[in-house]
Design a protein. Sequence first.
Length: 674
Amino acid sequence: YRLWLRYDRIENPDLLEKYRSQIKSINFEVKSEMAGVAKKEILLALNGLLGKKVTLDATNLASLIIGTPESSSVIKAMVTANEIPNSPEGFLIKTFITNSQLKIVICAKNDKGVLYGVYHFIRLLQSNSSLDKLNNNQSPTIKNRILNHWDNLDGTVERGYAGSSLWEWHKLPGFTPTRYTDYARANASIGINGTVLNNVNTNALSLTVPYLLKTAALAKVFRPYGIKVYLSARFSAPIELGGLKTADPLDPQVKQWWIDKTKEIYQYIPDFGGFLVKANSEGQPGPQNYGRNHADGANMLADALAPFGGIVMWRAFVYDDKVPDDRAKQAYNEFKPLDGKFRENVLVQIKNGAIDFQPREPFHPLFGAMPATPVMMEFQLTQEYLGFSTHLAYLGTMFKETFSSDTYSKGKGSTVAQVISGKLDEHQLTAIAGVANIGSDVNWCGHPFAQSNWYAYGRLAWNPEFSADQIAEEWIRLTFTNDQLALTAINKIMMESRETIVNYMTPLGLHHIMARNHHYGPGPWVKNAGREDWTSVYYHKADSIGIGFNRTATGSNAVAQYFPVVAEQFGDVKQVPEKYLLWFHRLKWTDQLKSGNTLWNELVEHYYDGAKAVDSMQVTWQGMKGKIDDDRHEEVAQLLKIQFSEAKWWRDACLLYFQSFSKLPLPAGYEKPQ
Ligand code: GCW
């Protein structure tokens, strides 16, 4: 339940002694609610980690001094103004030695930065870092770091595998359990500063007054932790709630309805963040129903929000059965021509890949393709296509893979991270979204390791340059142990986990071959889902000759949506990274790959390697017995056991199915299932 905010006493006795001698007293003058929660947190953490009460000292003799130059005359005297980051959320943590006495200052321009500085300092203690020479000056790279809850008003969570929704709508606004505060603490500790409370497949009810009151109650709990609330808005709400005949974004009555509704929302929630919208996708209503485009729809909402400083996050995840082309191309085709046509307070929210949160996808071609529009990333933390909360998948590596992909939109080095941070195209408005994996489960996320994805998302949203490896290590230290052997072993499990899943589910660029609708388990044979491109067969196209989706110029030509350097690489079977091979190319079963293997043999190896790797994970995890608490050890051990049998299920199901086309034997050494 405590996530990474575990404040048990430091185990290493020498270090404990040292910390105790370095942090004896604290000076933290509180002048706001936000500073109040920061103070509460640091006291809670110090009392727990040091195993004794630190004293409060309002003088400059205190060993830990926290605040802003305005709130604290001691800080004003000790720190020169230009040392403190200028950004509204940045902080400075610095060690001073005066008269051979060590003093640590945590300061910022305002209380938000102080709050983040406090959490960072706690992290340093939890991970047993030295305090001797701190000089840590940090600011977030991306401004709006948001969680998207796909939570329905009836308490269910779309693609949620961790119990039901955290939000107990029927008890709100009267009842706000401490769990909501703990949720806010967890988010603030990793820099998340916004949350969309309801599913993108939304119900207009969430915009009615009773629900606005409930939303306001949540906003009140989150506010001191620097977290804004946002709502998914149903595009047809003017019809459903307003009794209008249309939701046409150019209709004056419709515009007025949104203006009035927005005004009303701000009466209840003065710092409301804005709207997230899924329109004209998977049956959701949108501007195209009235012959208008995405910009018309987004701009109407943007105009209503602008007077209050709110933003629109308009999703680019669009596809529908009326468009006969390759589904991977639809978002680019619809959005690229609209570049520059959106209002200043609109962001286009793009999933990391062009199909749908697959275990591996090449980056979305829209990144870099809309330089005149702020675009934001949408990652999925909940493991819709990655074994729900049963399989161990650390996704830090996956997020990094997308971030570091080079779009070449402005030449070499135009990475997705550069696009998202606004640096490449000089945008001030920047944002990132993660589809939450959080629910009412005692451990919040279902699988104990799924917590690491919430954590990694927050840390990477703060700074996409952090490494997946470093974040994993940090998370293990905070969540499990500082024991070096355990750290190395668990880190290895985490760093290899996602590739392992790719191997036993969708190696070599295969995609969307999961079972139908629920997406759990293999289903490469799925047909008859209403239209061709909603079947698994559509995505892998296996037949007696070969396998793979031809997205080159001789196929759907989706490669042409990338900038020329990338298009050339992805489009050339000799140059394309093999991890994306069957995403872009169709090959014969007997074609030779880089390893010298035939495609068929290579596929077999990947599937077998994947299953075998889960077995090794189990062995490594067994070695962790006694190094971490028994409860969590046993829980993960049991889950790994299921994962191992399901990895074999994936392997055998996919290979047997594909073999019915290739008619080739398993290569030597693989004949007997392991
Ligand atoms: O991945 C798909 C999911 C849908 C989801 C949709 C979306 C919220 O299967 O459940 O709906 O994407 O992102 O809109």
